[in-house]
Design a protein around this ligand. Structure first.
Ligand SMILES: [Zn+2]
Length: 455
């Protein structure tokens, strides 16, 4: 196994309010085996000589960042839908049009480029909320998990870990309207058949694990929620669910079931520490209590929520209720964990007209350890002995970060400032370049294949 000594100019260690200077990080294989701050008192007498073999990491080194909510194919819509009018629902029709061009080969090419873009942004693990399961008209592929396999392979090519959140998607509305048109490709008929298909899939590779998702209370009938939740529970797998992204979902759920979407999930055993509710933009106070008491996590996707005019979720109120917060880039209007993280704080400021709701270290934890935990990787997202050897180094000499205090760099940097990324002990990005994927070229080619430019 390769053993490496890294000398970080600054490293952000767990539970620290700000970065620590001069940290020696030792890794063996895919694990961190030593973390030693070289304060003047602890520096070995022959310190300079001893460290000649260490790889210098100028700048600020962070733990691996997790993107806890992704729909890889939505990346094809970037820059195509933002200038128009409408709302979430009109955007959704445009998103459906892209699905018609995707098959396992074209999805592999697109997702490989999207995951490589994530790697360039410092993301070492992604949660893929995957519902485009079947061929045109809903006809299964010869391998009914061919699309899942393509996504797992795409992450392997891009060099990042992936939790495939296989999504149960059965109906078009809370009152049980059948899937129609493009949605037919998402459906398995009922939750038992969903479970049967998913149970037949084993992700190929150490980098991938399997989880489950309930698309939303719009897409899984109430009496079938427990089937999906039970499948995840028996396998100790993460369970994700879109929740209250839109007031219309709350209204429909109350009209049909007499309770909020959160209340309905609670009734059917779908909340708990292994569950992550995605968005939770419009919860009631009772919902926040239910989520907090059950230790359900919430994945905020601020850049998507702003792009789709969803609203601003009560992030501080949820965190204070004991809800672990994680972050996702969801529709990939932007892939920049720095922007997602600071938006959590900045959106609260806009709403409350006060500053200072989240400490920078809390935002970093949401982007790293909490995100990894939400995806089932509880041994990642911290620069700590025993954790996975993920190191994300941000330059402090760019036009954005020059002159800022190291703690402030987390607030000032963008994805473009990530210069080096190590995933499970292997260098994946060096000097801001992905070592195996020509990301802009592959994005352009893959997106042309699935959009009108190809026609
Ligand atoms: Zn989503």
């Amino acid at each position: 196994m390769t053993s490496t000594r890294w000398l970080a100019e600054y490293a952000w260690l767990p539970e620290h309010a700000e970065p620590t200077p001069d940290v020696l990080i030792e890794t063996v294989g895919d694990r961190i085996t030593g973390v030693t701050p070289l304060t003047p008192g602890s520096r070995p007498d022959a310190g300079v000589e001893v460290l000649t073999d260490a790889v210098r990491l100028p700048g600020l080194t962070l733990p691996g960042l997790a993107n806890a909510h992704s729909h890889a194919f939505h990346r094809a819509l970037r820059g195509r839908t933002h200038g128009g009018h409408g709302d979430f629902w009109t955007w959704r029709d445009q998103m459906y049009a892209v699905t018609s061009r995707l098959d396992p080969d074209s999805y592999l090419a697109l997702a490989r480029a999207v995951y490589a873009e994530m790697a360039l942004a410092g993301i070492t693990c992604v949660g893929e909320f995957h519902y485009l399961h079947h061929g045109p008209g809903g006809t299964p592929y010869a391998d009914p998990n061919a699309m899942s396999a393509a996504l797992v392979e795409a992450a392997a090519h891009a060099g990042i870990r992936l939790t495939l959140l296989d999504t149960c998607y059965l109906t078009a509305s809370v009152d049980g309207q059948p899937l129609a048109g493009p949605q037919q490709r998402f459906g398995d008929g009922d939750a038992l058949r969903w479970a049967e298909r998913v149970s037949g899939f084993t992700p190929d590779g150490e980098h991938a694990r399997l989880g489950a998702a309930i698309h939303s209370v719009r897409a899984v009938p109430a009496e079938q929620l427990a089937t999906v939740a039970g499948w995840a529970d028996r396998r100790d797998a993460p369970l994700h669910v879109h929740l209250s992204e839109q007031p219309a979902e709350n209204d429909a759920c109350r009209a049909v079931h007499g309770r909020t979407p959160t209340g309905l999930l609670a009734d059917h055993g779908a909340l708990g520490p292994a569950t992550t509710a995605v968005h939770a933009t419009h919860p009631t106070s009772g919902d926040v209590t239910l989520l907090g008491e059950s230790r359900t996590g919430v994945c905020l996707c601020p850049t998507t929520e702003r792009d789709l005019a969803d609203g601003i979720g009560p992030a501080r109120r949820m965190a204070s209720a004991g809800i672990p917060l994680s972050l996702g880039s969801d529709s990939h209007a932007v892939i920049d964990p720095f922007e997602e993280a600071r938006a959590v704080e900045l959106d609260e400021r806009l709403r409350t007209r006060r500053r200072g709701h989240f400490a920078p270290a809390e935002l970093l934890a949401a982007a790293s350890a909490a995100g990894h935990a939400a995806l089932g990787w509880t041994d990642a997202g911290r620069i700590a002995v025993g954790d996975r050897a993920d190191l994300v180094t941000v330059r402090l000499d760019s036009v954005r970060t020059a002159g800022v205090a190291p703690a402030g760099a987390w607030f000032a940097a963008s994805a473009a400032d990530v210069v080096q990324v190590v995933v499970d002990g292997r260098v994946l990005v060096r000097d801001g370049r992905h070592l195996t994927v020509d990301v802009p070229q592959e994005l352009a080619t893959a997106i042309a294949e699935v959009t009108d430019e190809h026609a």
